[in-house]
Design a protein around this ligand. Structure first.
Ligand code: ADP
Ligand code: MG
Length: 604
């Protein structure tokens, strides 16, 4: 699977930090071992043993400790105890200092990796075609950024950290154990496969469980999102109880599966703990037997050190099994994230040769020849559409809602690819345009305005952040927005608040128009730009639009026919087909669909 190395890819830039982390862990473990070994000596002082000749074990650690012991005891017993406490205190502090530095280091590493990943996710989300969001739930996509990032950090990065620490510690402890006594350690090593086998068995089924749990979690988010989005409808239909019950049933099921998953995770630790204790008892027995048999490799002191060292090994061994289990749990999440990052993006760049060709083109600005399109192959939405928009003219699209007007407009900006026919912009097929260049030549004003929580100026300059204040003002004047903007408390610097809540619908639309005009688009698309407004605001905005549309090339989609009367050409769509076209007077004289629509609206 190509996504397998997501974590490897994202941690690679930080390999130097990773190495530093390992070094700090090594230091911390070394000082832990030193502390443990010293404690054995401490006990010897306390019990006043070892006055006799040292047993020659040929073991450097044992001899070093013995030498230290003799040196200390030379000061007298009480002094030796005090000195010794001091030594242990220092060793222990050093262990903690390095432990802290290691933790700080890995903290930086983890947060940076998650930061990089989150940036790439956002970048991806922006570059995915709009069609992706037709096919996927919003809750699913949001989960990549929310719960998945938390889970990735905890289960994957957390486990990698734990695994790294555990492996480094275990290797060091094991090396020390081997050095202290080979026979005993051989005995320990024989027991290890048993532990490993049990742990592997435990974690095997975790991944699948965790996958289901995560899928249910994003479903929960989606349900909540839907319910809050449709709260007014839920209240209006007095279906709060019904919604609650549905949610609770789902939540119950989700919780049940989650509990089952955690039971499995939590079982890993006590089971390996238990196995660790079994081995400790085994060592005690085996070691005591060796000593009683007078095995010269092992003295009672050394044995105490050995057991202490072994006990120190149990927590990292436990961590190792926990980390493996957690990693299994997190794999599903990692795969989801990797799959999202591997989704196919819109293709933005194209060779420069084609770009030149695009600029040189003649003829109508937009031309559709027998275009067909469907969001899914089975359901055609547009069929055999032929249409041209000459430079400087206004073409109006009218027709019932669902007849395919917005879809047609979306095809020109290539938000979707046509299924058949030809669609030319500036004489060049749209799929040969660099996507961003194509879109930069088209200004769209739709029914719903998208305003950001930022200043008026920044909202207008959204498509051209480098625009000067004079240019912004000129665009605002053209959209007849200058007067009301100037009347705002801080003029162009007034913050619009969430979703532009400060402004009326008509004012918001004027900002949208100014934003579109600032880009000086070759083609202006107005998709029901006035539909959300009340009649009076609509009438006022219409005057602005008439002004804006003069000398511009535009496609105007309108529900209310009064707004399209002045168009150079009116195209009537019905169920994805062009059924009539001509000027207002031609179509009225024809007495067909259009005149029928006009008659309906005049009465209504
Ligand atoms: P209009 O703008 O004329 O009201 P649309 O172009 O929005 O019509 O829609 C035309 C048809 O395509 C409708 O049947 C609509 O349900 C369908 N449609 C619109 N957008 C999508 C989409 N993103 N995914 C699937 N079907 C869609
Ligand atoms: Mg529409």
């Amino acid at each position: 699977m190509p996504n397998r190395h997501l974590t490897y890819r994202y941690s690679k830039p930080y390999s130097a930090r990773g190495a530093l982390y390992v070094l700090l862990v090594v230091l911390s473990v070394v000082f832990t071992m030193a502390t443990a070994l010293s404690v054995a000596d401490f006990l010897k002082i306390l019990f006043g043993e070892g006055d006799g000749a040292a047993v020659a074990t040929g073991n450097l650690v044992a001899e070093g400790l013995e030498r230290l012991y003799r040196w200390l005891i030379g000061f007298g017993r009480l002094q030796a105890l005090l000195l010794f406490s001091g030594i242990i205190f220092v060793l222990y502090s050093l262990k903690n200092v390095f432990g802290y530095l290691a933790a700080a280091e890995i903290g930086i590493l983890r947060t940076r990796i998650v930061r990089d990943l989150r940036n790439d996710l956002f970048h991806k989300a922006m570059r995915l075609p709009v069609a992706y969001y037709d096919r996927h739930r919003k809750g699913d996509v949001l989960a990549r950024f929310g719960s998945d990032m938390v889970e990735y950090d905890e289960n994957i990065l957390g486990s990698v950290q734990m695994l790294l620490t555990a492996v480094v510690s275990l290797v060091l402890y094991l090396a020390m154990l081997l050095y202290l006594n080979v026979k005993l350690t051989g005995f320990v090593l024989c027991m290890l496969p048993l532990v490993a086998g049990v742990v592997a068995g435990l974690s095997r089924r975790l991944k699948r469980k965790s996958q289901t749990v995560q899928e249910m979690n994003s479903q929960l988010v989606s349900m909540t999102d839907e319910a809050i989005g449709g709260l007014k409808v839920i209240k209006a239909y007095t279906t709060i109880d019904f919604s609650n019950k549905r949610f609770q049933a789902y939540n119950r099921d989700y919780t049940r599966r989650r509990t089952a998953m955690f039971r499995r995770i939590y079982a890993a630790s006590p089971i390996s703990d238990f196995l660790g204790n079994v081995i400790v008892v085994g060592i005690l027995l085996f070691g005591s037997l060796l000593i009683m048999r007078g095995d010269h490799g092992l003295t009672a002191d050394l044995f105490i050190s050995y057991v202490m060292m072994f006990v120190l090994m149990i927590p990292p061994a436990k961590d190792l099994s926990t980390a493996l289990a957690q990693m299994k749990k997190g794999r599903a999440c990692e795969e989801r994230v990797a799959a999202f990052l591997a989704e196919e993006e819109e293709v933005y760049g194209r060779p420069a040769r084609e770009r030149k060709q695009a600029r040189a083109a003649e003829g109508p600005l937009v031309e559709l020849r027998h275009v067909t399109f469907g969001y899914t192959p089975e359901v055609p939405v547009l069929q055999d559409i032929s249409l041209s928009v000459p430079h400087g003219s206004t073409v109006a699209l009218v027709g019932a809602s669902g007849s395919g007007k917005s879809t047609l407009a979306d095809l020109i900006g290539r938000y979707y690819d046509i299924a058949g026919g030809e669609l030319l912009f500036g004489g060049v097929p749209v799929d040969q345009w660099p996507l961003e260049e194509l879109r930069s030549r088209i200004g769209v004003v739709a029914q719903d305005t998208l305003l950001f929580n930022d200043s008026v100026a920044a909202n207008i300059a959204f498509g051209r952040p480098e625009a000067t204040r004079a240019e912004i003002e000129a665009a605002a004047r053209a959209a007849q927005a200058h007067d009301f903007i100037s009347a705002l408390p801080q003029g162009y610097d007034t913050n619009l608040g969430e979703g532009g809540s400060l402004l009326s619908g008509g004012q918001r639309q004027r900002i949208s128009i100014a934003r579109a005009l600032l880009r000086e688009p070759e083609l202006l698309i107005l998709d029901e730009a006035t539909s959300a407004l009340d009649t009076e605001s609509e009438r006022q905005l219409q005057q602005t639009l008439d002004e804006v549309l003069r000398d511009r090339t535009a496609i105007v989609i309108a529900h209310r026919l009064s707004t399209v009367v002045g168009a150079d050409r009116i195209v009537v769509l019905e169920q994805g087909r062009i059924v009539e076209e001509g000027t207002h007077s031609q179509l009225m004289a024809l007495g067909g669909r259009y005149s029928h629509l006009v008659a309906l609206q005049t009465i209504g």
